[in-house]
Ligand binder design. Structure first.
Ligand SMILES: Cc1cc2nc3c(=O)[nH]c(=O)nc-3n(C[C@H](O)[C@H](O)[C@H](O)COP(=O)(O)OP(=O)(O)OC[C@H]3O[C@@H](n4cnc5c(N)ncnc54)[C@H](O)[C@@H]3O)c2cc1C
Length: 412
């Protein structure tokens, strides 16, 4: 914390103290941005559409640069303490027989060392910002108007307010993004749907994440958590883009139909869907935006450059973007210069992360029984000792680090 006290003494603070910034969205990107802006002396308000923090979702990984940022924020210990306890990933077949096993190795494995439930991370970020940032729940922005000096915002309760800057951090389906940029940013659907929800833990569950590939381009996954429950996920390929616009009831019906005949834990997942209010269902899409700022308004996190959960980098990107944007705003007098400097640093990193490897997500979601057998065989080969040793020769850990490579300057 001493470093922050020094920052507060910095002369540039005088410039920032009066700037009022509104952030839309209180998940990962929004509170991380707010944390750093508040440290640099800005006056920050976060407006969150939900009546309280949204704590649903599964494990999020914090890797590479993301890990460096949580360390600088002083919350790394809390994040490690909230570890889900997952010990690695197993590929299983229809009869729950293990076909391949990838234990946690502290580096490039599926299970990362800083594996935390999304809700726990949201809570940690809220706790470390709530005293310095004004949170407004149950409201969202319905209109905005900006000129050279200010952004005027109208909220869903009809009230208006004036800010110096507005940053949308309200996720992949951001409505604030639409108010700022209209249809300009593209939402690129990758042809995959995913549902996440929490189910009771049974005796047959273990501390391994278990991955089951079913014919019909379907994957089920069960992961242990630190609350004595199991986080279920179900994904399937489909070209139909309409499912995201359906009601909760319709979406649950679609999920049950898609699960039907999948085998393994199918009955359990179908049974639990109806009782669950925390089913998070979405079409997996990337956000591709030619620009992230328009005048005094902009966007970060999934709202600006969602890479999809397939990359495992959404949280890291959101945190890196928040850290860099706050830092650039702290050291430029003109917000336009800060936005330019931020985009110059951030865009190459986003482009690298958004490049999905060839065959993703189709290869992991085979249609036929033969394809399923092939996936399990390839997993077994990759998990075998000789192949792992060859992998180490080529240093797969290094590859992961390279993906995360972005310079994090010390601001202030
Ligand atoms: C409920 C939920 C569950 C998730 N579960 C998973 C998961 O299991 N696995 C995974 O990889 N990723 C999951 N994600 C996405 C993941 O959190 C992000 O990919 C990543 O962490 C980047 O976060 P973000 O802050 O940019 O966006 P998000 O985490 O999507 O957060 C956006 C926030 O903005 C709020 N919001 C939305 N619209 C408005 C509005 N108009 N005005 C104000 N606030 C608004 C939302 O309620 C939310 O709090 C989930 C997201 C949510 C919201």
């Amino acid at each position: 914390m001493k470093a922050f006290d020094q920052i507060k003494q910095n002369n540039s603070m005088a410039i920032n103290l009066k700037r009022r910034i509104l952030i839309s969205g209180a998940s990962i990107a929004g509170p991380t941005l707010a944390f750093w802006l508040a440290k640099y002396g800005f006056t920050v308000t976060i407006v969150e559409r939900s009546k309280s923090l949204r704590l649903g979702g599964q494990n999020l990984d914090i890797r590479g640069a993301g890990r460096a940022i949580v360390r600088m924020m002083g919350i790394e210990e809390k994040i490690l303490a909230a570890n889900t306890g997952e010990i690695g990933l197993q590929f299983v077949n229809r009869n729950n027989k293990i076909r391949a096993e990838f234990p946690i190795d502290g580096g490039s494995s599926f299970t990362s060392e800083a594996e935390i439930l999304r809700g726990d991370l949201v809570n940690i970020l809220y706790d470390c910002t709530k005293n310095d940032v004004q949170y407004v729940f149950g409201k969202y922005i319905t209109a905005l108007n900006q000129d050279a000096d200010k952004v005027e915002v109208t909220f869903s309760d009809g009230k208006t307010d004036i800010f110096d800057l507005l940053i949308a951090a309200d996720g992949v389906r951001s409505t604030t993004r639409r108010l700022i940029f209209g249809d300009e940013p593209a939402l690129k659907f990758v042809g995959l749907y995913n549902a996440w929800y929490t189910i009771p833990r049974l005796e047959r569950d273990t501390d391994w994440a278990r991955w089951y590939t079913a014919p019909g381009s379907r994957v089920m996954m069960l992961r242990p958590d630190n609350y004595g429950t199991i986080r279920a996920s179900f994904s399937f390929l489909s070209d139909d883009k309409s499912y995201v616009n359906q009601s909760d009831h319709e979406q649950k019906k679609i999920l049950k139909e898609k699960l039907s005949g999948a085998g393994w834990e199918e009955a359990r997942l179908i049974k639990e869907i109806d009782d669950k209010s925390d089913v998070y269902f979405d079409g997996i899409s990337q956000v591709r935006a030619p620009r992230w700022f328009d005048g005094r308004a902009g966007m970060i996190g999934d709202a600006a450059y969602c890479p999809t959960p397939l990359t495992g980098m959404g949280t890291t990107l959101a945190m890196v973007g928040a850290y860099l944007l706050a830092g650039e705003l702290s050291c430029h007098n003109k917000y336009e210069d800060a936005f330019l400097a931020y985009e110059k640093r951030m865009r190459p990193f986003v482009e690298k992360v958004q490049k999905l490897p060839p065959g993703v997500p189709w290869l992991a979601h085979p249609k036929s029984k033969f394809g399923v057998a092939l996936v399990n065989t390839v997993a077994a080969i990759l998990a075998s000792r000789p192949i792992k040793m060859i992998g180490r020769l080529f240093n797969s850990k290094e590859q992961d680090v390279t993906k995360d490579e972005i310079e994090l300057p010390k601001f202030g």
